[in-house]
Design a protein around this ligand. Structure first.
Ligand code: DCP
Ligand code: MG
Length: 402
C-alpha cells in the first residue's frame, strides 16, 4: 500500500446554496429547502438549510413545523431536484479534470483518489485548492474538502471546517488527528455499538485506539471488532472505487401472452411499483421522476413521465402517479406486451422517519420497511395493500381517462 492522496469533497448547504446563487434576493437571509411549512402545520421535513438558518438550530431531517417555530421569517423553498442534479453533474465534470478515480457518494459528495495526478497538478492539498477554486469561480458555490491518505480520515476531515473548509491530515498524523474525536465518528458505530463503547469506558476514538484488538473483538465480534481496531488507529486501505451514483431504478415485465384486460395490466404495474419502491428504500433512495413504459403488440413503445416536487419512495406516493401515466398513455383496444415503471432524479432518502419532504404521508416509512422485511422473507407480493388493488380492480371502465 503506497502513499495515497484521497480527497473527500462535500458541497456546503448544497440545495440551499444553489437556490441562493440563483436568486440574489435570498442573500444573507435564512433559507430552508424542504416541504411546505404551512405556517407551522406542515408535516414534512427539512432537506437542508443555509448557514444563516442553521444559526436558529435548523438542519436536515428536522420536522418542517419545528423549523417554522424556530424561524418563521426564513425563506421556505420546495426542492428543485432536477436543478440540483444538473449542478451535481457540472461539479463532477470539474473533478474529472483532475482524476478518473472518482467515487460519488451522493448528489453533493464524492471521494477522489488523486495520487496519480500529483506529478501534473501538485500534491493532494494543492489539488484540493484547485478544485475549490474551480467550484467557486465556475459554479459560484463552495465545497469543503478533506485530504488524507484514507477515505475514513478524508471524510471526517471534510466535515471539520465547514463551510468552505480545507482540512489536511498529513501522513503519520492520523492517530493524533483522530484521538480527540467523539467515538460516534467511527464508521459503523451505531447506537448499540456506542452503548458498548460507553461500557468499555470509551468516549473518544483515542480511547478505542488504546484498547487491545482482543477486547474489541470480544465486545463487537470478529469483523466489527477488527474494523473498529483498525479505524480507530487510522488504518483504512479501502480503495476509491470509480462509479456512478445510480441515476434511475426501474422494473418491467413482458407478459407471456399479450394482454387486453386492463385490470391485469394495472395489477402488474402495481406489483412492479411495489418492487421498485421497496428497492429504493432498501438502497435508501427516493426518486422524483416517475416514468411508465408501455409496449403494445407489434412492439410499438411509449413512455410517459412526470416529475414531482420532491422525491418519494413509497408505493402510496408512486402508484397514483404511475396509474395516471398508464391511463394517459394507454390505447384501449390494443393488447399490451410489456409494462414497466422507473423512478429517476434520485436522491438519498431519510430513514426512520416520515417520507422525506412529503407532507401527509399515509404510509410511514417504518411500515414500509416492515413490509420490505416480510417481502424479503416470503417473496414480494406477500403484502399487497388491499386498498390500492381494489382501486385497480373496481374500475368498471378500463379505458377511463383522468
Ligand atoms: N439532504 C436531504 N435530506 C437529508 C440530508 C441531506 O434532502 N436528511 C439533501 C439536501 C442537502 C444535500 O442532500 O443539500 C446534501 O446533504 P449534506 O448532508 O451534504 O448537507 P448540505 O450539503 O446541505 O450541508 P453541509 O454543508 O453540512 O454539507
Ligand atoms: Mg453537503
Amino acid at each position: 500500500m503506497g502513499k495515497r492522496a484521497i480527497l473527500h469533497v462535500d458541497m456546503d448547504a448544497f440545495y440551499a446554496a444553489v437556490e441562493e446563487r440563483e436568486n440574489p434576493a435570498l442573500r444573507g437571509k435564512p433559507v430552508v429547502v424542504g416541504s411546505e411549512p404551512k405556517e407551522g402545520r406542515g408535516r414534512g421535513v427539512v432537506a437542508t438549510a443555509n448557514y444563516a438558518a442553521r444559526r436558529y438550530g435548523i438542519g436536515s431531517a428536522m420536522p418542517i413545523s419545528e423549523a417554522w417555530r424556530r424561524c418563521p421569517k426564513a425563506v421556505y423553498l420546495r426542492p428543485r431536484m432536477r436543478r440540483y442534479a444538473d449542478v451535481s453533474k457540472q461539479i463532477q465534470a470539474i473533478f474529472e479534470r483532475f482524476t478518473d478515480l472518482i467515487e460519488p457518494i451522493s448528489i453533493d459528495e464524492a471521494f477522489l483518489d488523486v495520487t496519480a495526478s500529483e506529478r501534473l497538478y501538485g500534491d493532494g492539498p494543492a489539488i484540493a485548492s484547485l478544485i475549490k477554486d474551480a467550484i467557486r469561480k465556475e459554479e459560484r458555490l463552495t465545497a469543503s474538502i478533506g485530504c488524507a491518505k484514507s477515505k475514513f480520515i478524508a471524510k471526517i476531515a471534510s466535515d471539520l471546517d465547514k463551510p468552505d473548509g480545507l482540512v489536511v491530515v498529513r501522513p503519520g498524523d492520523e492517530a493524533e488527528f483522530l484521538a480527540p474525536l467523539p467515538i460516534g465518528r467511527l464508521w459503523g458505530a451505531g447506537p448499540k455499538a456506542l452503548e458498548r463503547f460507553r461500557r468499555l469506558g470509551c468516549t473518544t476514538i483515542g480511547d478505542a485506539a488504546g484498547l487491545d484488538r482482543d477486547v474489541l473483538v470480544r465486545a463487537f465480534g470478529d469483523s466489527m471488532g477488527d474494523r473498529f481496531h483498525r479505524l480507530s488507529r487510522g488504518i483504512d486501505d479501502r480503495p476509491v472505487v470509480p462509479g456512478h451514483v445510480r441515476k434511475s431504478l426501474g422494473k418491467e415485465t413482458t407478459f407471456g401472452e399479450d394482454v387486453s384486460d386492463r385490470r391485469v395490466v394495472e395489477r402488474t404495474l402495481l406489483d412492479l411499483t411495489e418492487q421498485v419502491a421497496a428497492l429504493l428504500r432498501r438502497k435508501r433512495l427516493a426518486g422524483a421522476t416517475v416514468t411508465v413504459k408501455l409496449r403494445w403488440e407489434g412492439f410499438e413503445t411509449v413512455t410517459r413521465q412526470r416529475t414531482l416536487e420532491s422525491p418519494v419512495n413509497t408505493v402510496d406516493k408512486i402508484w397514483p402517479v404511475a396509474r395516471e401515466l398508464l391511463r394517459t398513455a394507454d390505447r384501449p383496444r390494443r393488447r399490451v406486451r410489456l409494462v414497466g415503471v422507473t423512478l429517476s432524479t434520485l436522491d438519498r432518502a431519510a430513514s426512520g422517519q416520515a417520507d422525506m419532504f412529503v407532507p401527509d404521508t399515509g404510509l410511514d416509512i417504518k411500515v414500509a420497511e416492515a413490509v420490505d422485511a416480510l417481502a424479503e422473507r416470503f417473496g414480494s407480493g406477500t403484502v399487497t395493500r388491499a386498498a390500492l388493488l381494489e382501486d385497480a380492480e373496481d374500475r368498471e371502465e378500463p379505458t377511463e381517462r383522468r
